[in-house]
Write a protein that binds this ligand. Structure first.
Ligand code: FBP
Length: 549
């Protein structure tokens, strides 16, 4: 692969490992653990892997005998910066244990494991991918690894390649599946350990013991750079409102972090909208009032951040979507036969009065999206809804009405952006490069200590990386029971934005000032080389969460 000067310099970057992982380690057991909720139910479902102790690695003065280990690795779900470094750290970790250790990568996600598609990751391959973004070293996929047939099929290839441990790099669902797989292999004495690694730009795989998922740091820095650039343009031309939708399927962590970084005029937090039981109209009113007040102060420009998952957090929209899903599942054929021009009315006539009123209030384009774009399970593909356009269109209408009533006298011209894929494969920041390498290297230590059903855990992340604490957390500890597809299932709890958490409180204490004045910050691009205060800073979310701890 041909590399430019930055890529060459970046390839040579040596991630900083926690000091504890730089020599021989021993695993020190903490107290036995229990799941965050529904202890009895989870215990019954995981008789072999429930209640295990937390592990912390400490330096070992006595070197332990070592033999080669064959390990398999899977990248699961959406891309996140740093995935390659997890694999590089894992590779270096198992090679450090024994130079004849081998690493196999399953291709295109869990599907490659089930279908026996794999590649051996040699040092020649690994060295091409050090400190790079993307998941292209082996590809990723969204096949769910959840049934016995898949587990048994996968076991065949593990046996064929003499693989004794499997590392699954994924989000909450993939790590839930890793725990189920670990339990199953343990129950049949398959002799295969399963270790998880916390990945997702969405930042919603975190809890008391996993401080952050990897990729969140880099992705939010990339988005913050471009939001900052837009804000500077906005403040120069002073004639547009920029409506910027930010990725994050469900939780609003990305939007919140970008707001803390950039200080936009408005940022909507889905979790707050839900908690306050706000209607779409109220969200529109909130934005329109700020636009009107800024106009009074002579500012007909601004920036509005919108989290991707907003629509599903608006209770009235949630109810509408649920009824639409049912209606179109039941009357799909009849609906398809209705002439396109009459479909809107058909839906209005078949919905309950409340939902019909909400549907009628939506702009045509969005209403059409809600009735047409469905996933293979028959559900609305919410991420395809152009919420940024929906909101700006509705705000425009509201302002026109306010103008008629003499409550607004300004100009409103909106531009739209969606930032998501731009950040998922960026070269990892130093934080993510170090964190991911440590997660992978630490996974090798967990394998060596013989455990299964654990997630690689690296903590103390607001401190310099050499002071990070490494160990393992039983995945069952993060679980509770939730209703999925009509049945109660054990799952890792998704972390939504906490409205009493320090990052949100900080934002809430500043947002009026940011709304009515112009306090933009222009964070600039990620820096890889230079002083630590420029290059090695964690997210503000992590900093605020750690303050006072
Ligand atoms: P993961 O949860 O698998 O990490 O993916 C997160 C995400 O990037 C979301 O932010 C986004 O909504 C979704 O993936 C997009 O999915 P796809 O890659 O299938 O388009």
């Amino acid at each position: 692969m041909k590399k430019n000067a930055l890529q060459k310099a970046r390839a040579a970057y040596q991630p900083k490992l926690p000091i504890v992982l730089t020599g021989a380690v021993k695993a020190v057991e903490g107290d036995a653990t229990q799941s965050v909720a529904d202890q009895e139910a989870i215990k019954q479902l995981f008789p072999n892997t429930y209640g295990l102790p937390e592990l912390k690695f400490e330096k070992n003065t006595v070197p332990t005998p070592s033999k080669p280990m064959n390990v398999g690795v899977i990248l699961s779900g959406g891309q996140a910066p740093g995935g390659h470094n997890v694999i590089c750290g894992l590779f270096d970790g198992i090679k450090k244990v024994h130079r004849d250790s081998r690493l196999y990568g399953f291709l295109m996600g869990p599907g490659g494991f089930v279908d026996h598609q794999y590649v051996e990751l040699t040092s020649a391959v690994i060295d091409e991918f050090r400190n790079t973004g993307g998941f292209d070293i082996i590809g990723s996929g969204r096949t769910k690894l959840e049934n016995k047939e898949q587990f048994d099929k996968g076991l065949e290839i593990l046996k064929e390649l003499d693989i004794k441990a499997l590392v699954i790099i994924g989000g909450d669902d993939s790590n839930t599946n890793a725990a189920v797989l670990a339990e199953y292999y343990k129950s049949i004495n398959a002799g295969v350990q399963v270790i998880g690694c916390p990945k997702t730009i969405d930042g919603d795989l975190k809890n008391d013991v996993i401080e952050t998922s990897f990729g969140f740091d880099t992705a939010t820095k990339v988005y913050s750079e471009v939001i900052g650039n837009i804000q500077r343009d906005c403040n120069s031309a002073k004639k547009y409102y920029h409506f910027i939708k930010l990725m994050g399927r469900s939780a609003s962590h990305i939007a919140l972090e970008c707001a803390l970084q950039c200080q936009p005029n408005i940022c909507i937090i889905s979790e707050e909208v839900e908690q306050k039981d706000m209607t779409l109209d109220q969200v529109v009113g909130y934005i329109a009032d700020i636009v009107a007040e800024r106009a009074k102060r002579g500012m007909n420009f601004g920036t509005v951040l919108i989290p991707e998952g907003l629509i599903e957090f608006i209770p009235a929209m949630k109810r509408l979507i649920a009824e639409l899903n049912d209606l179109l599942a039941k009357n799909g054929a009849e609906f398809a036969a209705v002439a396109a021009a009459d479909q809107r009315q058909y839906i209005i006539d078949h919905l309950s009065a409340d939902n019909a009123a909400v549907y009628e209030s939506l702009p045509e384009g969005v209403a059409r999206q809600l009735s047409l774009d469905r996933d293979p399970h028959g559900n609305v593909q919410v991420s395809l809804i152009e919420t940024e356009k929906l909101l700006s269109e509705m705000v425009g209408k509201r302002l026109a009405k306010m103008k008629e009533e003499g409550k607004y006298d300004g100009k409103f011209a909106a531009l739209h952006h969606f930032f998501g894929y731009e950040g998922r494969c960026a070269d990892p920041s130093n934080f993510d490069a170090d964190y991911c390498y440590a997660l992978g290297f630490n996974a090798a230590c967990l394998i060596r200590s013989g455990v299964t059903g654990y997630m690689s855990s690296v903590r103390n992340l607001t401190k310099p990386s050499v002071q990070w604490v490494a160990g393992g957390i039983p995945i069952t500890m993060m679980m509770n029971m939730e209703r999925r597809h009509g049945a109660m299932k054990p799952v890792i709890q998704k972390a939504l934005v906490l409205l009493d958490g320090a990052p949100f409180l900080k934002f809430a204490s500043k947002r009026d000032d940011w709304a009515y004045n112009t306090c933009y910050i222009y964070p600039g691009p990620i820096q890889y080389f230079g002083p630590a205060e420029v290059c090695d800073q964690p997210t503000l979310t992590l900093k605020y969460e750690h303050q006072g701890k």
